[in-house]
Design a protein around this ligand. Structure first.
Ligand code: CUA
Length: 369
């Protein structure tokens, strides 16, 4: 055995090194706030309250089993002096009954609160509930407020202390805006970019898959005003990692102010300025996918969004492009120059806009508060 000891020592050092690296990497997670272990609302709290006891049960079993394993491995290890074969023992009815019944009881003990929590979280909340429709696109989130007549993107604004019931569906470029997402199953399923996503704001709720042709539901609620980071949690293509969003929780009065701002018509640019020229650039290039309330096409029909975010109040949003970019002139310029370079696989192509056209579009978009 001696000739192996150098190899074993090197392997031990390697394993310890990897474990240490893992610990260090975990400690420098860039976004410490995006943690399900710090619930900020009652629905996330329910998941956490289930997690804690299950974790300690699992931890106790882990240390018991691993402890016994190490103890027996040392106690009955091979010794040089011992050359005879140890007595072979087979079968012990009492022990076997015990190690069948005990895990069954433990698993049942874990299953009861787990199933109860699943049912509890799946129930539609009653009373004063805010209804929001969530449409998952490749790769950004659309949030529609049917009762308020608001459509926004990548920023879900909610009031504090009020349940928000999300009705969710994954849609593709060719989805039918006329079909309510509650009848998501009637949406064409296999349109290129219509794939499974998953909605996750760790501090406010557990995860819920968002699926083409099938409606799913999730309730979120925040205790305090603030911004909570969310993201798509199911691999959904090239820019999955950039399919982020934020949940902005306001106190009730602040939420009403936000709603009023979003319901107001978008600003009309000053005549003669670059922003007004930007309207022309927008109409010529962007209306195949994007809409801005108040704009009309050449035939006088209102423009509807088709696959791209509704930009009516673009400037009120802190981020864009699936919340991958902060809303700044610099980022807008980078984006408009060549979207797929910034965000791999972006369905928005490079339109070959001139610097002047980009300036005009930025001026227009900046006015849309
Ligand atoms: Cu959408 Cu991952």
């Amino acid at each position: 055995m001696r000739r192996y000891s150098g190899k074993v020592r090197r392997r031990t050092i390697l394993v310890l090194g990897l474990v240490a690296l893992g610990v260090v990497a975990a400690a420098c997670a860039p976004n410490a706030t995006q943690s399900a272990l710090e619930p900020q609302g009652p629905y996330a709290q329910k998941g956490y309250d289930l997690f804690v006891p299950v974790f300690w049960v699992a931890a106790a079993i882990f240390f018991l089993v691993q402890g016994l394993l190490v103890f027996f491995a040392i106690r009955y290890r091979h010794r040089k002096a011992r050359t005879d074969v140890p007595p072979q023992v087979h079968g012990n009815t009492r022990l076997e009954i015990a190690w069948t019944i005990l895990p069954t009881l433990i698993l049942a003990g874990v299953a009861v609160p787990t199933v109860a929590t699943i049912w509890d979280l799946a129930r539609e909340p009653e009373g004063d509930v805010l209804q929001v429709t969530v449409l998952a696109h490749q790769w950004w989130w659309e949030f529609d407020y049917p009762e308020q007549g608001i459509i926004t993107a990548n920023e879900l604004h909610i009031p504090t202390d009020r349940p928000v019931y999300l009705t969710m569906c994954a849609v593709g470029l060719g989805y039918d805006k006329q079909i309510a997402p509650s009848s998501c199953q009637e949406q064409p399923a296999a349109v290129g970019d219509s794939v499974i996503h998953s909605f996750w704001v760790p501090e406010l709720a557990g995860t819920q898959d968002v699926i083409p042709s099938r409606t799913t539901f999730l309730t979120i609620q925040a205790d305090d005003p603030g911004t909570y980071e969310g993201q798509c949690k199911e691999f959904c293509g090239l820019s999955h990692a950039y399919m982020k969003f934020t949940v902005v929780a306001h106190d009730p009065a602040g939420f009403d102010t936000w709603v009023a701002g979003q319901q107001a018509p978008s600003a009309v640019p000053t005549p003669g300025g670059p922003a007004e020229a930007g309207v022309g650039v927008f109409l010529a290039n962007c209306t195949g996918c994007h809409a801005i309330a108040g704009l009309e096409d050449a035939n006088g029909n209102p423009i509807t969004a088709n696959g791209g975010p509704d930009l009516t109040h673009f400037a009120s949003r802190e981020c864009f492009a699936g919340c991958m970019l902060e809303t700044t002139d610099e980022n807008l310029r980078r984006w408009l120059e060549n979207p797929p370079v910034v965000k791999a696989g972006s369905w928005m192509p490079d339109y070959g806009l001139s610097e002047q056209e980009i300036d005009q579009l930025i001026a227009y978009l900046n006015g849309l508060e």
